[in-house]
Design a protein around this ligand. Sequence first.
Ligand code: SAM
Length: 302
Amino acid sequence: MKKYSIIAVGDIMNILEETKYIMNKYKVKANKNLGQNFLIDEQAIKDIVEGAQITSEDLVIEIGPGLGTLTAFLLEKAKKVICIELDKKMIKILNDRFIAYDNIELINEDVLRINLNEIIKQEKESNNIKNVKIVANLPYYITTPIIMKLIESKLDIESITVMIQKEVADRLIEIPSGKNTGAITYTIYYYCQGEKIREVENTSFIPMPEVTSEVINLKLRNEPVVKVENEKVFFNIIKSSFMQRRKTLINALVNAGVFINKEEGQEFLEQANLNENIRAENLTIEDFASLCNIFCNKYYKK
Ligand code: SAM
């Protein structure tokens, strides 16, 4: 049965009118410090929901629901939606707006501080949830820390569908050694398969952000894409290689203290079949895995 919230009037008003109505009613202004750019483009919302491939058996965790525009659509598709929102004012609005729904839970917390593993474990045990999907129009000021937390916490989730700045999105879903490659490209590629859903112009929000946005879907892999002896060493080599990305890989890694000296660097690169003048952004993920394993063989061998 379709449920109606007391101010979810999308059928009658368009989303822009609805957003203005709610902001007026609750006398709230978008808080720039919290990255509040509210989505007012119904097609973009539908594309996010479709891109996330939500089923009636899924738990969706929405980060930063704001006024609840995307939430209203998620609630119609998912078994349950858990919303994590830092702004107390938004929690009050969401509470009123979705009072008639029994499949929503609101958590007034900073997503960077909350224990998502614990929440997911409890939901899987007590609510017979099969799959967990994360969906969000993320606050742009902390996009990268949030995504890194979601990935590095090794959450028991199926996918992450987020709208973020286009520039960052392109870096996240790039194939390593492609033109947008950065250190984060390898981390994402190691754990996930990334896909672009669509771009969203800045006119689709109030207030308008300065940048174009992009919706991406990251599907968590069952196994990392390469085998490495030690993940910490692997990611440390990648991070160090990109700290001075304009330099050659050897120079960057000697300067970062990963290689003792140039001679050791040449020896490692030769063993990994890499040209001595190569730069970090030209390495495939397999190249970094070889370097890591050669390094571990030399220094961590029992
Ligand atoms: N989902 C809404 C939409 O699409 O219109 C709002 C998206 S707005 C870009 C980002 C939301 O994240 C805001 O509601 C903001 O208050 C919330 N937010 C900002 N920092 C947060 C944090 N550290 N933890 C949880 N929510 C946060």
